[in-house]
Each structure stands twice: as structure tokens, then as C-alpha cells.
Design a protein around this ligand. Structure first.
Ligand SMILES: NC(=O)c1ccc[n+]([C@@H]2O[C@H](COP(=O)([O-])OP(=O)(O)OC[C@H]3O[C@@H](n4cnc5c(N)ncnc54)[C@H](O)[C@@H]3O)[C@@H](O)[C@H]2O)c1
Length: 283
């Protein structure tokens, strides 16, 4: 199936990035938010990102205008009625995602594919909120979307081969390398990254090494761009805690159980960079 028009639900960090990537690859995009203020904020993320590329000489002024011309913002979900593919990027909440998918199922054309950018929720459960679960799939992008080369496509026991083939070609048309995961907690990247980051927290908790030495070990010894504890502060300790908890809940594997130190930091409001304190002090 050919994708001619794309919809993106939620124009936050990820939705804005996804809408920008699609428009940059030539697709007309409709991006939605819950109100005008958030919509303007989301469209502002795209404008700022494109302006930066122009400043750096990576994009011409004409291309910037053409890309912006392909993005239409809306606060009305009915505007997805002519989309061939809709990618959902609302906050990570199962009830909200189910509601969005049930609405999209009613509004979008019968041939439309509905994709979720969820980080750790079950795509199968989201799909069952629709009457066409074979047309629902996971498209897990990485932040910042226009710069990150990876797309993790998440298939389910109900998603069809046609849905997968279409989404794979679409992802490649965005210039992404597509990897395929089954609908299991954490998919590929977060399953590995989660275990790695949680182990780093346990090492601090057990007094095995300082946070600086753990981070330096991975940066200088393994060429990681950022150590696991700096990365935890960057992602947000509350997000990390939520992902660990939901993976542990499904897998019952102790390596995903959130360490008490992480729980205490979250309780204290030390959520990382966004609050100025986490494993490190940014104040
Ligand atoms: N931030 C990351 O690094 C990252 C990476 C991969 C996947 N994800 C996933 O992407 C999704 C979005 O994450 P984010 O970081 O962009 O969050 P965010 O909070 O920046 O953006 C979510 C946006 O969705 C909007 N929204 C909520 N309900 C809506 C509705 N009914 N209709 C339209 N818009 C609605 C919110 O107003 C908000 O602006 C989550 O599922 C998250 O797990 C995030």
C-alpha cells in the first residue's frame, strides 16, 4: 500500500520530531494537539529545529519553507479522515492510547494503518481497542527523531504482513534503518538499555564504584557517548522508574525491578536534568 498522507497525534517532543521527519521526506502531514497553545508549542519545535539546520547551512531557506508548508496543525481529530498512516505519540498512558486508537479507528479510512510510538506499552493491547487490529503496529522512533537513524517496528500476533511491509518501506523512505521486534516489554533497545542502566544504579547502591567512575568507565572504555547515570538523568529518573516497573510487572525478572535508590530519588523529586538534580547536581 502506498502512503500518501500521514497523521501524527500528539505534537510533543516525539510527535514534532516525527512530523518533521515525514515532511522532510516529502509527505504531507497533519499533526494534532489537545489545544491551540500546545499545538503552537509543538509546531514551534519543528520551526526551531528547521531554522537551526538553515543556520548551519544544512538546509536551504526554500526547502525550509516547503517542509513547513507540508505540515498542517489541528486540534480536531476528525482531520485524520484522509490519512493513510497515523502515528500516535501522545503521553505514555494505556487508557489514553486506547481512546485515541478507538477514535482513529472510527475516523480514518478503512485501509489506514495506525501506529503507536509507545516506549514500553503492549502494542497488542492498544490494537485491541480497534476493530482492525491487523492494521495496528508499533513504530518506535528515537529522540531527536530527525537525527536518529533508527526505527524499531513492533509487530504483534495480529498485525498483518501487509501492514508490516508498508510500514517498513515507509520507515526506509524516511531514511531510517528498520529493526523488527516482537511485542515484548522494552522491544529491543529499551530491553537492553533498561537492564544496563538499572545495573549501573545497583552498582552505585552497592557502593561498587562512584557514579563518575561508572560513567567514565563506559564513556572511555566502551566509547559510549554518555555514561549510564548521566543518561538516566537525561531521560528522567521518573520515566526510567516507570519503564522499569512496567517491564518488571510483565517479565517478573528481577533484573528489571527498579532499585530502591531510584525509587527514593524519584520520591524526593530528584528526577534528573529536568529538576536540576538526579544522580548529578545541575543547579
Ligand atoms: N521522549 C522520548 O525520548 C521518547 C522516545 C521514544 C518513544 N517515546 C514515546 O513517545 C510518546 C510521546 O512521548 P513524548 O516524549 O513526545 O511526550 P510529550 O509529553 O513531549 O508529548 C506528548 C504530547 O501528547 C499530547 N497529547 C495528549 N493527549 C493527546 C490527544 N488526545 N490528542 C493529541 N495530543 C495529545 C500532549 O499534550 C503532549 O504535548 C510516549 O508514548 C513515549 O513513551 C518517547
Amino acid at each position: 500500500m502506498e502512503i500518501r498522507k500521514v497523521g501524527v497525534v500528539g505534537c510533543g517532543i516525539m510527535g514534532a520530531g516525527i512530523a518533521q521527519s515525514c515532511a522532510q521526506s516529502g509527505y504531507p502531514v497533519t499533526a494534532s494537539e489537545i489545544n491551540e497553545e500546545l499545538l503552537n508549542k509543538g509546531l514551534g519545535i519543528i520551526k526551531k529545529s528547521l531554522a537551526k539546520s538553515v543556520e548551519k547551512g544544512k538546509l536551504s531557506k526554500e526547502d525550509e519553507e516547503a517542509i513547513l508548508g507540508r505540515v498542517k496543525g489541528t486540534t480536531n481529530i476528525e482531520d485524520f479522515s484522509d490519512c493513510d498512516l497515523v502515528i500516535e505519540a501522545v503521553v505514555e498512558n494505556m487508557d489514553l492510547k486506547k481512546k485515541v486508537f478507538a477514535d482513529l479507528d472510527r475516523i480514518c479510512p478503512a485501509h489506514a494503518i495506525l501506529a503507536s510510538n509507545t516506549s514500553c506499552l503492549s502494542v497488542t493491547e492498544i490494537a485491541m481497542a480497534t476493530k482492525k487490529p491487523d492494521k495496528v503496529i508499533g513504530m518506535h522512533f528515537f529522540n531527536p527523531v530527525p537525527m536518529m537513524a533508527l526505527l524499531e517496528v513492533v509487530t504483534t500476533v495480529i498485525s498483518s504482513e501487509e501492514t508490516f511491509n508498508t510500514v517498513q518501506s515507509f520507515g526506509e523512505s524516511l531514511g531510517k534503518t528498520v529493526i523488527v521486534a516482537q511485542d515484548k516489554p522494552g522491544f529491543i533497545v529499551n530491553r537492553l538499555l533498561g537492564a544496563f542502566m538499572l545495573e549501573a544504579v545497583r552498582m552505585v547502591e552497592a557502593g561498587i564504584a562512584t557514579r563518575e567512575d561508572i560513567d567514565n568507565g563506559m564513556v572511555l572504555g566502551c566509547n559510549h557517548p554518555m555514561g549510564p547515570l548521566s543518561l538516566a538523568d537525561f531521560v528522567g529518573l521518573d520515566t526510567m522508574y516507570y519503564i522499569a516497573e512496567s517491564m518488571y510487572e510483565e517479565l517478573k525478572d528481577p533484573k528489571f525491578a527498579p532499585p530502591l535508590l531510584l525509587k527514593r530519588l524519584v520520591t524526593a523529586g530528584h528526577l534528573g536534568r529536568k529538576t536540576g538534580k538526579g544522580f548529578y547536581d545541575y543547579t
